[in-house]
Design a binder for this molecule. Structure first.
Ligand SMILES: CC[C@H](C(=O)O)C(=O)SCCNC(=O)CCNC(=O)[C@H](O)C(C)(C)COP(=O)(O)OP(=O)(O)OC[C@H]1O[C@@H](n2cnc3c(N)ncnc32)[C@H](O)[C@@H]1OP(=O)(O)O
Ligand SMILES: [Co+2]
Length: 136
């Protein structure tokens, strides 16, 4: 089943600059930054209850976040839904005619498995499925 809204992804030009609002003004619990080369991003997480805010800064011009910033500027980028079985949810979404943006689940931040779905099939909202890796 879907468990919660895991995080809201926000595209920013500078994680440092945007952290002032979420950490210092809003007082969200800062959980540090992480570079995820495969996605061409540096991310910072801020916890609020069960959900998090994920700030995403592009590492280079080919990053999907760089393209987003170029076309739309800073703003909400995606909604990530926490699930218990990402493979089952991938199959369910495909059955519903929603295109998946990767052949397999991919490595996300915090060692999670993630999958994105094409926004054209989800009402122009980029949705991400995220699942904790099964402990060995
Ligand atoms: C570090 C991992 C972390 C985690 O949580 O663990 C992450 O969240 S990583 C986040 C960054 N990675 C990704 O976003 C990967 C998935 N994204 C993609 O594959 C692309 O960005 C894609 C396919 C969504 C868009 O690709 P691209 O920008 O090259 O295509 P277009 O600009 O032509 O856009 C096509 C169409 O989609 C609309 N669009 C693009 N981005 C978004 C968005 N974030 N939300 C909603 N809609 C979006 C764009 O407007 C175009 O639609 P159109 O009607 O033609 O305007
Ligand atoms: Co995300």
């Amino acid at each position: 089943m879907l468990e919660k809204i895991d995080h809201i992804g926000i595209a920013v030009r500078s994680v440092e600059a945007s952290s002032v609002l979420y950490r210092d003004v809003l007082g969200l619990a800062y959980e540090g930054t992480e570079v995820v080369e495969s996605q061409g991003v540096k991310v910072a997480f801020f916890r609020l209850g069960e959900a998090k805010i994920e700030l995403l800064e592009p590492l280079h011009e080919e990053s999907p976040i760089a393209r987003f910033l170029e076309k739309k500027g800073e703003g909400i980028h995606h909604i990530a839904l926490g699930c218990d079985d990402i493979e089952a949810w991938r199959a369910r979404m495909e059955e519903a005619g929603v295109r998946l943006l990767s052949e397999e689940p991919i490595d996300g931040a915090h060692g999670k498995l993630i999958t994105f779905m094409h926004p054209a099939d989800t009402g122009r909202v980029l949705l991400e499925l995220t699942q904790r890796r099964q402990q060995p």
